[in-house]
Design a protein around this ligand. Structure first.
Ligand code: ADP
Length: 384
């Protein structure tokens, strides 16, 4: 399957990129290193401007990423990481190039969900190399980046001061060499605190959409509505809610029942005009797939869990496609108006008596690109 589904947003390179338009162009004070200053052996003696370096690094990473999906939850334990991992796996199974950025700084779990517990990452010439998760049916290995890969040991407790949280969010996007991706799924920390605001600021201007993971019970629901408001205030497209632990199938009789009543959730979502995309069952296979590092959507692609996740994957693909179509239309419009300006400039050098005729000829060739011209002179018009 071809994966060039989402080519860069503006397929036409700028004519004169200039230093501010090309994030990869080396400014005079750039050191050219592909990783954050904190990893650099020359950090102490370096006198270059570090803020500039970091900004450039982040921009260069983001320039190669098609669609970013932030998976949010206003509460820990509702299955946000599970949703992130299975969404990423589902996208990869469809042939997309996918990365998973584990931004859950208090409990980074993606290393477990993709079977990398205890593993570390290396610092290459172009930054930290994400771990590559391979599985049958996945053409492009998933690229996983997590704080867990940078800890001394997996059970080290993490206590964060706000300034470090801010730094970590920058590291996660800037220091990992994500490479070209169709989708980057970000497993957010729970809540609508500093981390979310930092990341939303960092990603502003890029193609970002959010998904909200919740369980149907009342307390989680109340909290989730805060996240809905956050998205609305930030004008962050919220693709919908993923209801996790939404039902149980009895392993003995096969009957289905709900642990938490979902009527209130449905009502509340309708009130804030947010779609419920999927209801993921409470499932022992889902939990053990996560624990053993095999996302269930890949381990059992025809099972009930994979079927439950399918609409979430579909919603992300549909959103990215729509964004790409809009960006392509926008690029074409820009191209048309640029071409129109250039042709008008070229027409200025045509002798005035021939200009209208040439303009009309060009108009016939490139309908709609040029402005209206007076009727061309009629050679039989003897009054001229
Ligand atoms: P969060 O990221 O919101 O803190 P996790 O995704 O880490 O939550 O899930 C917490 C625990 O619940 C994990 O052990 C996970 O495997 C389990 N879990 C999550 N969703 C389900 C589910 N639908 N069925 C069974 N276990 C689940």
């Amino acid at each position: 399957m071809s994966v060039s589904h989402f080519p860069p947003r503006d397929p036409r390179p700028p004519r004169d990129p200039g230093p501010s338009r090309d994030p990869l162009a080396l400014a005079p004070e750039d050191c050219g290193r592909g990783h954050a200053c904190q990893f650099c052996p020359q950090e102490e003696e370096c006198r270059l401007e570090k803020g500039h370096h970091e900004k450039r690094l982040i921009e260069s990473r983001l320039a190669k990423i098609g669609q970013i999906i932030m998976v949010m939850a206003n509460k820990g334990g509702v299955g946000k990481s599970t949703v992130s991992a299975n969404l990423a796996a589902g996208l990869a199974a469809r042939g997309y190039r996918v990365g998973v950025a584990d931004a859950d700084i208090h409990g980074p779990n993606q290393s477990r969900f993709f079977g990398f517990v205890g593993q570390r990452v290396r610092l290459g010439g172009n930054g930290l190399t994400p771990r590559a998760f391979e599985a049958e049916g996945v053409e492009h290995p998933l690229r996983v980046g997590s704080l867990a890969f940078m800890m001394e040991s997996d059970d080290t407790p993490i206590v964060w001061r706000d300034a470090y949280k801010h730094d970590f969010m920058h590291h996660l996007i800037g220091s990992f060499d994500w490479g070209p991706l169709d989708f980057l799924v970000i497993d957010m920390p729970p809540g609508t605190g500093n981390e979310l605001i930092t990341l939303a600021d960092l990603l502003e201007g890029h193609d970002v959409a959010a998904l909200l993971a919740t369980t149907p019970q009342e307390v989680a629901l109340m909290d989730s509505l805060k996240a809905v408001r956050f998205c609305q205030e930030r004008q962050l497209p919220l693709l919908g809610v993923v209801e996790n632990m939404a039902g149980v199938t009895c392993p003995h009789c096969g009957g289905e029942f709900h642990l938490f009543p979902r009527a209130h959730l449905a009502e509340a979502l309708a009130e804030v005009e947010v779609d419920s995309l999927a209801q993921i069952p409470l499932s022992p296979a889902l939990a053990s797939g996560s624990d053993s590092g095999q996302p269930i959507v890949l381990a059992a692609p025809d099972g009930p869990e994979a079927r439950a996740f399918a609409p979430v994957v579909e919603a992300c693909v549909a959103h990215a496609r729509q964004g790409f179509a809009e960006a392509a239309a926008h690029s074409l419009q820009a191209l048309a108006s640029e071409a129109g300006d250039e042709l008008e400039a070229a027409l200025a050098s045509v002798p005035p008596e021939q200009r209208d005729a040439v303009r009309h000829e060009l108009q016939a060739q490139f309908a709609g690109l040029l402005g209206d011209a007076p009727r061309p002179p009629d050679p039989d018009d003897v009054t001229r």
